[in-house]
Design a protein around this ligand. Structure first.
Ligand code: FES
Length: 112
């Protein structure tokens, strides 16, 4: 039997404002990316295998587990709460920061 968890997805607002928020329900046996798509909430993604990190989110509260080792994340990023939503399953209700701005936290931009 699978449990359902409440997932609050939060986009970063501009200039310190609160951004858009969406609530989706995730079964404990589906990825958070799949749960968002089922609810017609679009999130960035690429490979869907945990390699490219396009789907990176940051876990603010709650617990997730990765279905397989998240190859797209460095260890220090994992310790800082970053998760790969294409291979992440919710183990409790969660609040997760999402959107392309979150992935750019992990990438050094040589042009800046
Ligand atoms: S979509 Fe590539 S790591 Fe999730």
């Amino acid at each position: 039997m699978s449990d359902r968890h409440r997932i609050e997805l939060r986009w970063r607002g501009r200039n310190g404002r609160t951004g858009r928020t969406e609530i989706v329900r995730a079964e404990s046996d589906e990825s958070i990316l799949d749960a968002a798509e089922r609810a017609d909430v679009g999130l960035p993604f690429g490979c869907r295998t945990g390699a490219c990190a396009t789907c990176t989110g940051r876990l603010l509260t709650g617990k997730i587990e990765h279905l397989r080792p998240p190859r797209g994340l460095k260890n220090d990023s994992k310790e800082d709460g970053y998760v790969l939503l294409c291979i992440a399953r919710a183990k409790s209700d969660c609040e997760i920061e999402v959107g392309s701005d979150v992935q750019t936290d992990l990438v050094t931009n040589p042009w800046k």
